[in-house]
Design a protein around this ligand. Structure first.
Ligand code: DC
Length: 211
């Protein structure tokens, strides 16, 4: 029996960690869809193009191979911000829909995480989890992650980034960040990784009991 799990949530909410853990647990592939937008932004910047160059952005998005990401470059602070800008372009989102849906349709199942998985990419997914945490908690987690990558950034600057990204991702007209009506919300503000994973696992096993 296969399982399709849609995970959405704001930046640094813990959704990526949970998605990876769930995918490993159920032995299904995982797609971090934020990487698609990050790679599109990185491709544009590498060409010296502007982030609002719609034709170029669509061409880069269409040319992406889902398995071929240099995560080290893409996960940096600048690229998260740039990704959020290109992700607000409807034509870029359209160019990336089919590849994501194909990934989600794998016979063994899949876990996808992003901002619009439960609402747009996989509206029929049997399990949808909306992962949140307070902006301060998310900023703390992002600060630790960036420090681990050798990027030392002031906490206040990261909190400001997070607030700006939340506003842009939630306020855009095309596929804004929001919980699907049938998503269960998991607030990880006070949860450690293990507790959050146990809570997510409980949601999955209740929503999609495996035979
Ligand atoms: O999850 P992340 O921080 O890697 O995502 C980077 C940006 O990409 C995020 O600010 C908004 C955009 N994004 C999106 O619009 N839709 C998705 N499904 C995933 C990411």
């Amino acid at each position: 029996m296969s399982v399709l799990i849609a995970i959405d949530g704001p930046a640094a909410s813990g959704k990526g960690t949970l998605a990876r853990r769930l995918a490993r647990h159920f032995n299904v592939p995982h797609l971090d869809t934020g990487l698609l937008y990050r790679a599109t932004a990185a491709g544009l910047l590498a060409q010296g193009a502007r982030l609002d160059d719609v034709d170029q952005a669509v061409a880069v998005a269409r040319g992406l191979a889902l398995t071929d990401f240099n995560e080290d470059t893409l996960r940096g602070r600048e690229m998260g911000e740039a990704a959020s800008v290109v992700a607000a372009i409807p034509e870029v989102r359209d160019a990336l829909i089919e590849a994501q849906r194909r990934f989600a349709a794998r016979p063994e199942g899949a876990v996808l995480d992003g901002r619009d998985i439960g609402t747009v990419i996989c509206p029929d997914a049997p399990v949808k989890i909306f992962v949140t945490a307070s902006p301060e908690t998310r900023a703390q987690r992002r600060a630790l992650e960036l420090a681990g990558r050798g990027e030392k950034v002031e906490f206040e600057a990261i909190l400001e980034d997070i607030r700006k990204r939340d506003a842009r991702d939630s306020g855009r007209s095309s596929a804004p960040l929001k919980a699907a009506e049938d998503a269960l919300t998991l607030d990880t503000t006070k949860l450690g990784i293990e507790e959050a994973f146990a809570a997510a696992l409980k949601i999955v096993t209740e929503k999609a009991p495996r035979g």
